[in-house]
Design a protein around this ligand. Sequence first.
Ligand SMILES: *Cc1c(COP(=O)(O)O)cnc(C)c1O
Length: 381
Amino acid sequence: MVTTTGISDRYRIETKQLDMPPRLLLGPGPANVNPRVLSAMSISPVGHLDPTYLALMDEIRDLLRYAWQTENELTISVSGTGTAAMEATLANAVEPGDVVLVGVKGYFGNRLVDMAGRYGGDVRTMTKPWGQVFSLEEIKTNLENHKPAILALVHAETSTGACQPLEGVADLCHQHGCLLIVDTVTSLGGVPLYIDEWGIDLAYSCSQKGLGCPPGASPFTMSSRAVEKLNNRPKPVPNWYLDMTLLAKYWGEQRVYHHTAPINSNYALRESLRIVAEEGLEQRWNRHQQNAEMLWSGLAELGLSCHVDREHRLPTLTTVRIPDGVDGKAIARKLLTEYNIEIAGGLGELGGKVWRIGLMGYNSRPENVLLLLDALEKVIK
Ligand SMILES: *Cc1c(COP(=O)(O)O)cnc(C)c1O
């Protein structure tokens, strides 16, 4: 028999009612959220097999197809953040022994290398200095040298602020019998992106960057070419939670229970995608471009320079070189504590060298650009 001494107050802690500061999130994500999204998120959850929830899932799939410009049947939201959707992509695409070529030109390229290796891929890399992108010619040469089953590229490298051009890449891949995976985490909802027209086979994203939604449910899409590879696997996908052959039965007509979906995160995702559709993709992409250009010229007026060539600069994330003799961390700290504005420092190779400024989704607005430039000028002086 177990004897206890009863409930101990040792484990009791004193807490106050939640009160978070009103930050302006101008870093690499999360970004601030349209109040409409927060309000959708606070609606009471229904069951994950409730007919009204199943109808909402179908709406998410249609709204995602619009945002991504795709007809892919297997277009869903993965439960978890962008990294879960990234893991889902690799788990379902990579079979042990597949040659997987990864374009590494920043932090997230390295994460793809790590994950593809864990799923048994024979991983090869092509690299570029952080802040640059691959030319079509370089991609062609590497496809010819490595003859991969899969090429994985990051469209919008959030660690560097560079946008990888994708037109023509899939044609090369498909000529070589290779599938194309694209990380669209910082491009979906902010940067021109055409899944079908560009021939992308698998793509994933997140909710808290260009879509302007809290983190939690992450877009995923897969072409029929990729589904065919999946269906021909001799062994099951080695990740049960993210196995698309199982998830497709929950998101498809069979509605087979798999796991309890994060209901409220999907309420939020639906609302943020509705906002994307209402605004219109072209309008939204233009808005991101215009506000980024306003930021870039304001930075130039402050004597600051951007790390990425103008031609390949992302509108959703700008890397700014920290001038010699300036303590980058101290400036970011001051912006946060004195102005409630969050920006980020550099990652990896760019650590200590750049600030990262995000203008994503709901946050991509002229008044935010002005607030930041004004605060930055004051703290740098
Ligand atoms: C943020 C990010 C991820 C990871 O997404 P999380 O939502 O943080 O898990 C992956 N790739 C890129 C390019 C990102 O910017």
